[in-house]
Design a protein around this ligand. Sequence first.
Ligand code: FAD
Length: 506
Amino acid sequence: MNDLLNAWQAVLTSDYLLTDTATLSTYEQATFSTTQRVYAVLRPETVGQVQECLKIANQYKTPLYPISRGKNWGLGSRVPVQDNCTILDLSRINRIIDYNEKLAYITIQPGVTFRQVYEFLKEQNSKLFISVIGGSPEASVIGNTLERGDGSGPLGERVAHVCNFEIILPTGECIHTDFGRFANASAKAVNRWGVGPALDGLFSQSNLGIVTQMTVWLTPLPKFFQTFNCVIQDSGHLSNFIDKLQPLILQDAIRSNCFTFWNSYKFLARQGRYPWQIMGEKTPLCLKELKRFERWLGTGCLYSASREQGLAIRKLIEETFTGQVESLSFMDQDNHNDLLINNSSLGVPTDQNIRSTYWRKKTSLPQNINPDRDLCGVVWLCPILPFDGQVITQAIYTIETTVNKYGFEPNIAISCISGRSVQIFIAIMFDRDVPFEDERAMSCHDHLLQLLTQDGHIPYRLGIQSMNSLPRTQDDYGKLMQTLKQTLDPNDILAPGRYDFRKDWA
Ligand SMILES: Cc1cc2nc3c(=O)[nH]c(=O)nc-3n(C[C@H](O)[C@H](O)[C@H](O)COP(=O)(O)OP(=O)(O)OC[C@H]3O[C@@H](n4cnc5c(N)ncnc54)[C@H](O)[C@@H]3O)c2cc1C
């Protein structure tokens, strides 16, 4: 093993090969209990160094686990899926390679964060924005894309609005997707698919390559911007409301990723802390027991090309929502000057949502938020469902009753990613300092995952602890994955276990 470390050290210099216990333990920490140990951490600065590190890993047949910024909080943070991996931390490879205001794109490396893109666009006086996440401003745009994460705003389904990946294969070879393989291709940053079989899809939620560059499409700031909020009295009224909303999104009156619902628990966690005093130190919080309504708050954004267009859509929404919601209010940029300032729906990253991970903590909020370090308990579960009121409300009933049974609040957000489907984000929030909470939260997660998948509601994204928990598939998918993995990664060194569905066939 000394030979292995020496070989990596020769590529990286000693400052960027880390093996001390204190550093390794920070890479072993997530927002839930994990047992994986990390062998070492490599922090390359160039793509060439990534290639060299991979070649050495192949020579010694030792597993490498790439991360870009490692802010995958609630889904595993920086922890590898399997034990004894060396982490390839790409955060130092952080250049903005290209940017085009007219064609609205930016080409970046994996260490580039949401904050970095925001600051860069501000410096350029750009009229464009990147759709940002509710997660950390210091998260990686590429890391988020490769998890098929989502942001708010019209291009929020990130993986659908990127192209031109540069990928280092597990053997150290380099490929480009779409038109990127032709050195002089004029459309490489502006077209998905290119010519021939499209490969991008193989490299998100996978362990088949390391993405070292990507072009991300940006959204023009709207000529006229409005937001609207509506309150739905309780889950009983939700089904009808959803069925009224769905056609508006299908017809693009409200654009994809521009409308979300939060239940009261999600809203309360975003606003502050668990009401320990009111509850007399008891958990979980149950609003019904306190004779309060379990309301849903719907929030939408309208990005319009003119005031007239915006007001016409507003009228349509008012007509559709009348009688369906308890209250409906609009704000527009003419009446509310501050609407355009520090608005996360216009690409300004914020850590406001991350603060909610301290929901059950009794300590004060630190300056530098870090849920891993502060033992904030968070486990996400993210099923995707058809956009149908009855189907969604039935699933919500399953979620609420199960999460409650385990002693947690059903913290639920629903994001309308298209007129056909919604993503449900369930956050199980707890305090890791409280004995046995880790075990209870994970049992809750596992039970709920089982119930939802039984009903056909499969998660679109998985935490490191649940890579093996999906039902067996009914076709030859696993066999094909086995062939691809064997071909591209003959020594099985890249991120073993990460979205690794070979077991379906074996
Ligand atoms: C309160 C809260 C709110 C959140 N809100 C959102 C949200 O709105 N939307 C959302 O999508 N997520 C959200 N998250 C989840 C998470 O924080 C984000 O998805 C975040 O972007 C992931 O961290 P990262 O970008 O640093 O990626 P990383 O942690 O660096 O990467 C994620 C995984 O992708 C793989 N990977 C990373 N880089 C590479 C690479 N270059 N090549 C190959 N594989 C790679 C690795 O397996 C890695 O573990 C939220 C989390 C919390 C706690």
